[in-house]
Design a protein around this ligand. Structure first.
Ligand code: ZN
Length: 346
């Protein structure tokens, strides 16, 4: 994850009544959606109890965003990320990767294998470095950038090339087969510029693989402002349609855009007081996924539910594979050229 502040970082939280420009298309046609009073450990760590988040939607590009935060709130989030999250990461980096994550990462790497040419893979905002560790086992020459100094130190130890800076300062041009961006674009101040950086790093015909929370997810539709993805650290919220449009604007061709998974503990928490706090929901969700992954019948059931979710476009997480224009699509994806129509459901 990368944390950067909006250009107008010294501005206080803006009233939801003000005319606010869309940060992506730079037009003023946005309207207020709702407000959420956010409370979280990431703010409490710096002594801030709560902060009101105002959500807006652009009528031109369709993007949903929260208005620029105060510098104080952004610094509080980063301090928590660096002090707490990555101190744990240093310990965890010495232990094997979570088995569920290993299975997911291996699935994704198999999807990206047809793009291997230079053998180079770059991950932006690599966090604990688990994906890069898995990719290096698959024979990729790995590099990545990350804003957290603690995270960079723990990942450098296993041989990846590490840039402890934002992606705009990474001096790689046009030789990466793959750029991986997991849970990053919702955090950055300008996703359009972020996509242009992915484009710069990739070789012609190279692919970007993106994951981000789905604003059209079942949990968000059912729980509204209480949904956990509406977080102080998330500045932009994407649907299949809005992410596809922005990628095309940045010179990419969409190969596949889909959504997966449903956070059942979170939805239950919204209607029944059975889980107390975000951490309890996260643990319950992890246990639930572990049970699904290692039980044959439940795994079949999970595959069926995921099929239904992907057909309706309401999965918790959004996934996109897009190719830098100018290159040919690998044959394996010819059947998926029409999957772009899935994005129209967004
Ligand atoms: Zn816009």
């Amino acid at each position: 994850m990368t944390y950067l502040v909006f250009p107008n970082e010294n501005e206080p939280i803006i009233s939801c009544q003000s005319a606010i420009m869309c940060p992506i298309c730079k037009l003023g046609q946005t309207s207020f959606l709702f407000q959420k009073l956010y409370k979280g450990l990431n703010l409490l760590h710096s002594g801030i109890e709560s902060i009101p988040l105002n959500f807006r939607k652009c009528h031109v590009c369709g993007i949903v965003f929260s208005v620029p935060l105060s510098k104080e709130a952004m610094q509080a989030c980063f301090a928590w990320y660096e002090d707490i999250y990555h101190k744990e990461a240093q310990v965890e980096a010495r232990t094997p990767c979570n088995p569920i994550n290993q299975i997911r990462y291996a699935e994704w790497l198999r999807l990206l294998e047809p793009y291997r040419k230079t053998g180079k893979l770059f991950e932006t905002g690599f966090g604990r470095g688990e994906f890069l560790m898995t990719a290096s086992k698959f024979g990729w020459l790995c590099s990545g950038n990350e804003a957290s100094f603690n995270a960079c130190e723990s990942v450098r130890r296993f041989g990846a090339t590490v840039y402890c800076t934002d992606i705009g300062s990474v001096d790689i041009v046009g030789d990466q087969d793959i750029v991986v961006s997991m849970g990053v674009i919702e955090h950055v101040p300008d996703p359009h510029v972020q996509f242009q950086n992915y484009y710069r790093l990739l070789r012609s015909g190279g692919a970007v693989f993106i994951t981000t929370p789905n604003y059209n997810s079942l949990a968000r539709l059912l729980l509204g402002p209480q949904c956990r993805i509406l977080d102080v650290e998330h500045l932009f919220y994407f649907t299949p349609k809005t992410i596809s449009r922005l990628l095309r604007m940045s010179g990419f061709r969409i190969v596949k855009c889909w959504s997966k998974n449903v956070n059942i503990p979170e939805i239950l928490k919204g209607f029944l007081p059975i889980y107390q706090g975000r951490e309890a929901v996260r643990t319950a969700n992890q246990e639930f996924r572990q049970m699904l992954e290692f039980n044959g019948i439940l795994k079949q059931f999970k595959a069926f539910v995921n099929w239904c979710i992907s057909q309706s476009g309401v999965g918790e997480e959004l996934y996109v594979i897009a190719v830098k224009s100018g290159g040919e699509l690998p044959d394996i994806y010819n059947d998926h050229r029409n999957t772009e129509t899935e994005s129209k459901k967004g």
